[in-house]
Design a protein. Sequence first.
Length: 307
Amino acid sequence: MAWWQILLLTLYAGLEILDELQIYSSLNTPVGAGLIAGLIMGDMPTGLFIGASMQLTVLGIGTFGGASRIDATTGTVLATAFSTTVKGMSPQTAISSIAVPVAAIMIELDVLARFANTYFSHRIDHLIDEDKINYKAVERNVLYGAIPWSLSRAVPVFIALAFGQGLVQQIANALNGDLLWLGNGLTVAGATLPAVGFAVLLRYLPVKRHAAYLILGFTITTLFSVLFTNIQALGTGLSAVNKGFTTVLNGLPMLAIAMLGLAFAILHYKNIPINKGTAQAQSTESQSNSESSSSDDDEGEITDDEL
């Protein structure tokens, strides 16, 4: 791994957390991290694959208030870097053996960064309590608070990239050698993690209330996937028989699935009453009946009103 790649990934790791706290340009997400890391490492498909997989893994995970959560972005950066430079490290193995453990460990460093920021907060409180407030000093201490956040991501990324490649290579050799059974298990685990993210998300979405959208989305996507797969197979057969047939028949584009989801979302949004007060007054009886008939199975499900 070149020194400039380590430097750029370290700088990105230090900036992405500030982007998450203030700007939120979406480059701080696992997908954004996969894009940036893949571009720096010269293997964007691998970066996007790892980033998208981690994005789906944490799809149903959220925080409220000042709670810390797993840092899938930093995990994506390291997994992409090592997957593209370490021999025998597949993207799926990198996800389960590097991205997920790193994302979990980063919780502790996130708490440490929050704790370190209290120092600057107390300094600001002291400056405000003075008879003559030094506004410039207050502004400086507010900006100083960004330092612990950046260091909490940049330092571990730099240490891992600068000194950890040899260790990761030994682990990859072991997973492809004597511990091949474990390597195969980690590969399968890395491939199934996005499904776990979907399961967590569905646990907190009002699926029972909007089961029709779930059924339609699954059915239409399955039908289109089968249709496009057969078209691809037909094109492959025609090109094998006729060498002059050069038309490329693509599979189901992800954009088509996204547009279907957008269409369902628009339809659902248009069906929501504009005047919620009037709608709630008209449906008081139906709400009371639904509340009385709710069971323990609904516990934990986030409804539209709560969102």
